[in-house]
Design a protein around this ligand. Structure first.
Ligand SMILES: N=C(N)NCCCC[C@H](N)C(=O)O
Ligand SMILES: O=C(O)CCC(=O)C(=O)O
Ligand SMILES: [Fe+2]
Length: 332
């Protein structure tokens, strides 16, 4: 495993802080930042983000509460089982989540943007119409995570305007796809892989995959050598935590918009250390019913159209149902 390669570190403060400089200087700073983001999206699809303006305190609190929750008795955690709702929102036991037909060795609480009565999803009577399930222990869990979600939606919007600028588009280009942005948040607990010994030996903590939407913001604890990212050359490198930063990666919808100028990057988790690892990826997504298709600007770069249009929500639902398709289906 080469450790010499690392992901770029990008400071997004030109987009997140209130203007101190005159318009011209600010515009230049934004363009410089956007150019770095463009290169990172084109070359690796993963980068560290600093200057994001999300208080360190809430990032740490979120991880601490996650850790406390996963250390409760099984019976307590199972009160929030995904079986209570729509098989997506709630708690999944170890080994319950599946990536490409293989069991993953993590437990998780999954949250999705809530659906109101006349929301598009409710109207169409589609899956994901359940309720989010919040623990009452630890007591402040819901309040803190809801606050965190708001910070992340805000940040997602900022990074998408930087992406627009980086592609040579107007800063607000994506606004019409993002005015009711969907979101997904996973609160994940990873025991060491050794703990799966004796049951059905599981080899990966989270199997290799790409993320589904626009942007992922990963908040992970200080465990090293767990998350791995595949470079364009096919090598796996570690994405170790850097305190005060998020790891950001692009999702499948950017492949479609950019006609593969950007590609969502394969990543996986193999946690062999002996600590209990927690991570909280937040997925900032397009409007559920957004129609995503290759942009004119990107067809100038890659002229052969590689994608038909995709409705984001349809892509998501397909992926979510695959998350619980177990191994025997493939074997039989
Ligand atoms: N919402 C997102 N991106 N979730 C990523 C989960 C990755 C593992 C999942 N079992 C899978 O097969 O994708
Ligand atoms: O836990 C991590 O570091 C990554 C998890 C992940 O890739 C995901 O849930 O999509
Ligand atoms: Fe992921």
């Amino acid at each position: 495993m080469p450790s010499s390669l690392t992901l770029p570190i990008i400071d997004i403060s030109a987009f997140t802080t209130s203007p101190k400089n005159n318009d011209k200087i600010r515009r230049e700073l934004k363009i410089k930042t956007a150019q770095k983001i463009h290169e990172a999206c084109r070359d690796v699809g993963f980068f560290y983000l600093t200057g994001h303006n999300v208080p360190q305190e809430i990032c740490e609190q979120v991880l601490k509460l996650a850790n406390e929750f996963f250390h409760l008795e099984d019976a307590e955690k199972m009160k929030l089982s995904i079986l209570n709702e729509d098989m997506a929102r709630g708690y999944q036991r170890l080994g319950e989540n599946v990536t490409k037909y293989q069991k993953d060795w993590h437990e998780a609480l999954d949250y999705y943007k809530p659906i109101t009565r006349d929301h598009y999803l409710a109207k169409n009577n589609l899956p994901l119409r359940g309720k989010n399930q919040w623990p009452t222990n630890p007591l402040e869990f819901k309040e803190v995570f809801e606050k965190y979600v708001n910070y992340m939606i805000n940040l997602g919007e900022k990074v998408m305007s930087a992406i627009a600028l980086g592609l040579g588009l107007e800063e607000n280009f994506f606004e019409k796809f993002l005015d009711d942005p969907f979101w997904v948040m996973r609160v994940i607990g990873y025991p060491p892989l050794d703990s799966s010994e004796g049951t059905d030996r599981v080899g990966v903590s989270c199997g290799e995959h790409t993320d589904y939407g626009c942007l992922t913001f990963l908040n992970q604890d200080n465990t090293r050598e767990a998350l791995q990212v595949q470079t364009k050359e096919g090598e796996w490198i570690y994405a170790n935590p850097i305190p005060g930063s998020f790891i950001v990666n692009i999702g499948d919808m950017l492949n479609v918009w950019t006609n593969d100028v950007y590609r969502s990057t394969l990543h996986r988790v193999i946690h062999k250390g002996n600590s209990y690892r927690v991570s909280v990826p937040f997925f900032y997504e397009p409007n559920f019913d957004a129609k995503i298709e290759p942009l004119k600007r990107c067809l100038e770069i890659n002229p052969v159209k590689r994608y038909d249009s995709v409705i984001y929500g349809e892509h998501l639902l397909k992926k979510v149902s695959g998350n619980f398709e177990i191994v025997d289906k493939q074997a039989s």
